[in-house]
Design a protein around this ligand. Structure first.
Ligand code: GDG
Length: 468
């Protein structure tokens, strides 16, 4: 089996005991790397100020080598906080209004991708299989090809791919499309994303599907298909069951005084629909006064990308909406919404999901949304809670037994919350069993193996083919 080389913006480096950080993706990729041997390369998360970054820092952990590069302040500002998070992220989430184009930042994005390519090439062996992750590194394959790399190179996009009209608002959209066509396998979360990507190529006249999941564009042929990401379902279910014995979970349960818990867990990000969710909860409480004082909504929201202005503004906004809601509807002994603006440990999170009667996952747009899957995996099979899920999350393609809602419709979402809280046990069980079956058969290990089986060298490809 050939060696695996994973490249991503950040690298989940294991702790001193050699254990990878919690979370499905890190665990699954570490397992694949351990089995095949290989390298995980990315940004160290550190900045050198104005000085040029020195050589890669290499750490060995058994069969896995971590190769980390520092970036300059300018790189971080232009590549990471700039083009990646102020252009590609909002565009892929259909927020043209939030995209800030600056030529300088676009240039910085391509410059850092060249730096990654320069650093990676000396580490490569001819039969390595290379797997690049996410929107920060789209141009990497093209840069590697320019340097003569002929290995199989795959890409997986964790976020959605937008409709053509939205994508074409990026001034350098053509370079991005050509960059994707330099891979051998381009993976998306859902078939909707693949369709949007196909429409971009077609509209541009630069390529199209040629059948069997294959595309031809910019003179190359490659696979583009959906590979919906999974989670470590069985392990997480166990974690949630064990959490019942955790002191903090028992204290939390006591503090509820018999009220039902609704839970939302999201990075603080405008794509997650947190203000819209608070509005829906308010609509629910006002439309169903019999539930007032009977429920508590817990929102766990670690800070994220605080250096990007839109995120700082969002932080203020959510805090003020939570305060306003509690001020207007709360009473002497009932706080309708509890808001935690920091990260909780994963086992605690698992226990909270299990305690909740309703999971609120209402993004305006999301590649997949693993919180939706984690909520389902954490439930007690004998008395499962109900998932209220946005139809604009990739997860809705698989979890169609959730109560699917439109997050822009506060009253409709409010009605779904009331329905979830009143749902009979038999219906809850039937919906949950259906979803859990899917999550067990399509877990993150399955996702990883399925993707890599498409990337293996024996798959037919990729002698450059003439343009259509
Ligand atoms: C991108 C795509 C796609 C959250 N709060 C805490 C915490 N979390 C963990 C959750 C979950 C993860 O963070 C968030 O994953 P999501 O999938 O929900 O969202 P993104 O971060 O936007 O991820 C997304 C994903 O990539 C994978 O492809 O699904 O669509 O946007 O695992 O549990 N974890 C801990 N404490 C917290 O407070 N420990």
């Amino acid at each position: 089996m050939s060696r695996l080389v994973v490249v991503s913006n950040r690298v989940p480096v294991p702790d001193k005991a050699g254990n990878p950080p919690a979370g499905g993706l890190a665990v699954a990729l570490h397992a694949a790397l351990k089995e095949r041997g290989g390298i995980w390369m990315g940004w160290s998360g550190k900045s050198t100020g104005e000085a040029e970054p020195g050589p890669l820092s290499i750490m060995n952990n058994g069969a896995i080598q971590y190769a980390l590069t520092d970036l300059t302040d300018r790189d971080v500002a232009e590549y990471y906080n700039g083009f990646a998070n102020r252009v590609l992220w909002p565009i892929c989430h259909c927020r043209i209004d939030l995209a800030e184009y600056a030529r300088r930042e676009m240039a910085g994005y391509f410059r850092v991708n060249r730096l990654f390519a320069d650093r990676l090439v000396p580490l490569l062996r001819p039969d390595d299989v290379i797997w690049v992750h996410d929107y920060h590194l789209i141009p990497l394959a093209e840069e590697l090809r320019r340097r003569g790399v002929q290995n199989r190179i795959g890409f997986f996009l964790h976020i959605p791919w937008p409709p053509a009209d939205v994508f074409f608002s990026v001034p350098v959209y053509e370079s991005i499309l050509r960059g994707l066509a330099s891979y051998d396998v381009v993976g998306f979360q859902t078939d909707y994303d693949v369709d949007n990507f196909a429409a971009c190529l077609r509209r541009e006249g630069s390529g199209d599907r040629i059948g069997g999941g294959r595309f031809r564009a910019y003179g190359r042929s490659f696979i583009a298909a959906d590979f919906p990401i999974g989670m470590e379902t069985a392990e997480f279910a166990e974690l949630a069951e064990d959490a019942a014995h955790d002191r903090r979970i028992r204290e939390m349960a006591r503090s509820m005084q018999g009220r039902d818990l609704l839970i939302g867990v999201d990075r603080l990000d405008y794509s997650k629909g947190i203000p819209e969710r608070i509005a829906a909860y308010e609509a629910f409480l006002k439309g169903n006064p019999e539930f007032q004082d009977k429920v508590v909504y817990l929102q766990v929201t670690p800070k994220s990308r605080s250096e990007v202005p839109e995120y700082a503004a969002m932080q203020e906004n959510v805090a003020s909406l939570a305060g306003r809601l509690n001020g207007s509807l709360g009473s002497l002994d009932w706080v309708p919404m509890r808001y935690i603006n920091r990260s909780l440990r994963r086992p605690l999170l698992a226990g909270l999901y299990r305690m909740a009667k309703v999971g609120l996952v209402t993004p305006l747009r999301d590649g997949m949304n693993l919180v939706a899957k984690e909520f389902v995996a954490a439930q007690d099979p004998a008395n499962p809670g109900v998932l209220v899920l946005s139809r604009f999350a990739g997860a809705a393609r698989e979890l169609d037994s959730a109560l699917l809602i439109n997050p822009h419709d506060a009253e409709g979402t409010g009605r779904a919350i009331a329905r979830a809280l009143s749902m009979p046990l038999a219906e809850r069980k039937e919906r949950w069993e259906h979803m859990m079956k899917r999550l067990l058969s399509h877990d993150v290990t399955h996702w990883c193996a399925d993707y890599l089986s498409h990337l293996e060298p024996q798959r037919p490809t990729l002698v450059p083919e003439p343009a259509p």
